[in-house]
Design a protein around this ligand. Structure first.
Ligand code: AMP
Length: 269
């Protein structure tokens, strides 16, 4: 496994028949690992990037305390059969053009609560895709809006790369794995289960044919009490708000604060 720390070094990697790419911010867990394993399976070579991207954090967010554990991350990558780990210290110069996320879908839900977050995400993803030039890049459905916006950018900027969506990996108790779960103590971990529980309640309603959006959202909000909820939303797979569940075309999303952590979760129905 080759560790690459600078952009110039990256330019020297040997071409291969197919390169899979998994962009991450590190503090790797089984969710990341599932993306890495899929890439290793589907490609001749796999590259993982580990970069805590400053432009996607807003003023006052957790960039300084974001969990960093490079040695452990490298070990996980090595054991998973990764060929290249790209760990740049810098990705930006002083003055450069930036990518602005689409005005509606980049500024609703996550983008409404974290205005400018997706500008930063798309900027770094565009840089990474142009540098790594992967055949396929792997993104988790856990960050559903990010996945949609990346797919939208790849399509509209004609980037020669296939985006592969990957299923959400959960703990046995239902909690969606996230690097930010590291902020939670034992009692907060229990509170955090309310996110996945609220989605479970929604799925039980849908199974019974109760598909009204307002009704589902209000039952979810009951389950989430007393957490500070940023949003509960129902959107189509291309992020248009839905009044009613459309089977096989809906995503139910939730974002809420637990202790110091802001957590997100979702379910594709
Ligand atoms: P991050 O390091 O949080 O930026 O995540 C890197 C990639 O891993 C993103 O595409 C995420 O959507 C994905 N990811 C994070 N957590 C999970 C999870 N629990 N299940 C599946 N994918 C995940």
């Amino acid at each position: 496994m080759t560790i690459i720390k600078t952009i110039d070094e990256f330019k020297n990697i040997k071409p291969c028949s197919s390169l899979g790419f998994v962009p991450t911010m590190g503090a790797l867990h089984s969710g990341h690992l599932s993306l890495i394993q899929k890439s290793v399976e589907q490609n001749e070579k796999t590259c993982v990037s580990i970069f805590v991207n400053p432009t996607q954090f807003l003023e006052g967010e957790d960039i300084d305390s974001y969990p960093r554990q490079s040695e452990q991350d490298l070990d996980i990558c090595k054991r998973a059969g990764v060929d290249y780990v790209f760990m740049p210290e810098h990705m930006y110069s002083e003055e450069e053009p930036s990518v602005i996320a689409p005005p509606i879908k980049g500024y609703m839900l996550e983008g409404y609560n974290r205005p400018g977050h997706f500008d930063g995400v798309l900027s770094v993803v565009l840089k990474l895709l142009n540098l790594v030039k992967p055949t396929r890049a792997y993104f988790g459905k856990k960050d559903a809006q990010q996945l949609y916006l990346v797919q939208n950018m790849v399509k509209n900027f004609f980037l020669p790369c296939e985006i592969v969506p990957c299923e959400i990996v959960r703990d046995t108790n239902g909690l969606a794995l996230s690097s930010r779960n590291a902020y939670l103590n034992e009692s907060e971990l229990k509170e955090a289960l309310k996110l996945s529980k609220s989605l479970k309640v929604a799925s039980e309603m849908i199974v019974k044919g109760r598909v009204d959006g307002e009704e589902i959202k209000s039952c979810m909000l009951e389950v989430l009490k007393p957490l500070k909820v940023d949003y509960v939303a129902i959107v189509s797979r291309d992020f248009k708000e839905l009044k009613e569940i459309e089977l096989k075309n809906s995503i139910i999303l939730v974002a809420a604060h637990v202790g110091k952590a802001r957590l997100i979760d979702n379910m594709w129905v």
